[in-house]
Ligand binder design. Structure first.
Ligand code: SPV
Ligand code: MG
Length: 436
């Protein structure tokens, strides 16, 4: 090898296959090899949470022949490590020329140019791809423990976790697989929200805790069959304390990561009705007792019980919201959710600023349905750790389906609806592959 040349390779190294070994061999022939192992956060940003943590992956890479140094690459973007090392060569498989990583590749080439470095591309090793291998692993499903702990793990490595609702297998697949390239990063959803509103609506029922626990568990199981991402369940009021303790154990056993329960009692109505309908808030003492009982019943360390405060929904004011959420944290809540039905997010911001001053390490959840103009970054600035898009898949599906039904009636045939609102027959029959 050429001793005075520096070579840089970045990889996630979560599953090592012969393609990685080829790249490492080629790279080591060019000079002293530095391998940047993607941090857990960087992997979680564009794929799902890694199977092994960063320290474990670094230790595996460090023991491979040809690797001289191992360091962390803390984002998909190579810039930080390239400027640190100023390598003569970066080596990568040629498969990144197209697809989601093409933007990252272009940036690597342009930074290397600054000191005359070069990108060396190794022909893609036919037949192996991490995505394929991961697909094979995922097709066997994900183990209960692994899925259950994923939310707590994500919260350790990500400043903010992005969640979208799913109410059946198909919508679960959309949350699992949708990705968008944004400048030099890839955006995806981190977790799945099983909403009471959407689960009920999909079954043609009102959101009043009418859909019973067995039916909610069926929905969760259907989603679990085809996904690997962590699940946060909308647990409504949590029901009677005596029932809640049983349900916590059931949810843990099947691999749900968190339940959010709201401080209401009596006949629960959807929060977005606000004070237009009669809704009653629970007492601090009783709701705290429910949280305590749930935490006491819990069998695993990673399951989370998150307390949702309805004070702003019920016009009780910020002081009441702070008083209540503080009590819920003292009772053992692993996080709090603050809800609002105002279009303006300023009361949410103010709440978060005050809450963080009291409890800097307790995760805050928000559901920006009414204040939907707010950006995730703005919420992050106010310390919001979990953003839930709580109802968007069902809200977008219903008008599309209704327009299709109306079009068939208006035209007395299906052609117009097919052309205007439907995917092709070929696409729908191949949408779900028969084999992985
Ligand atoms: C749900 O998605 O069912 C929720 C959030 O509880 S909200 O509908 O905004 O109350
Ligand atoms: Mg709900």
């Amino acid at each position: 090898m050429s001793q005075n040349k520096k070579v840089y390779v970045a990889m996630s190294a979560d599953i090592i296959h012969v393609g990685h070994i080829n790249i490492i061999k080629k790279a080591a022939e060019l000079g002293e090899l530095y391998v940047g192992v993607l941090s857990d956060e960087a992997i979680a940003e564009y794929k799902r949470y890694p199977l092994m943590n960063c320290a474990e992956r670094m230790s595996i890479i460090g023991s491979l022949q040809g690797v001289s140094h191992v360091l962390v690459q803390s984002s998909l973007d190579y810039e930080e490590n390239l400027r640190l090392l100023k390598p003569d060569y970066v080596v990568h498989g040629d498969d990144w020329r197209v697809g989601l990583q093409a933007v990252i590749r272009a940036k690597v080439i342009s930074i290397l140019k600054e000191w005359g470095g070069q990108l060396v591309e190794v022909p893609y090793t036919a037949g192996v791809s991490i995505e394929k291998l991961k697909g094979k692993i995922d097709s066997h499903g994900v183990l209960t423990e692994t899925r259950r702990s994923r939310l707590a793990n994500l919260l350790k490595v990500k400043k903010q976790v992005r969640v979208l609702e799913a109410h059946n297998g198909l919508t679960g697949l959309i949350v699992e697989n949708t990705r968008v390239v944004k400048e030099d990063r890839i955006a995806s959803f981190d977790a799945i929200w099983v909403s009471s509103l959407c689960d009920s609506t999909a079954k043609g029922k009102p959101d009043i805790e009418l859909v019973d626990t067995s039916s909610r568990l069926d929905t969760i199981n259907e989603i679990m069959e085809v996904t690997t991402k962590p699940i946060i369940l909308d647990g409504d009021t949590g029901g009677m304390l005596e029932h809640f303790v049983f349900n916590v154990k059931t949810l843990e056993r099947i691999g749900v990561s968190a339940i959010i329960i709201e401080d209401k009692m009596g006949l629960k109505k959807n929060s977005l009705f606000g004070t237009d309908v009669e809704q009653h808030q629970d007492t601090i003492a009783h709701f705290s007792e429910k949280i305590r009982a749930g935490k006491h019943a819990q069998q695993t360390k990673d399951f989370m019980i998150i307390a949702r405060c309805e004070s702003l929904i019920l016009d009780k004011g910020l002081d009441d919201a702070i008083k209540r959420t503080s009590a819920y944290v003292q009772a053992g809540a692993d996080g709090i959710m603050i809800h609002s039905r105002k279009e303006d997010p300023s009361e949410i911001f103010e709440f978060c600023d005050r809450f963080i001053a009291l409890f800097p390490n307790v995760p805050i959840v928000v559901v920006p349905s009414s204040f939907s103009a707010v950006y995730e970054e703005e919420l992050a600035k106010h310390g919001v750790n979990i953003v839930i898009y709580a109802n968007h898949l069902i809200r977008s599906a219903f008008p599309a389906m209704q327009a299709t039904a109306q079009s068939i009636l208006e035209h007395g045939r299906g052609k117009e609806a097919s052309e205007k609102y439907c995917m092709s027959i070929k696409d729908i029959i191949t949408l779900i592959p028969e084999a992985n």
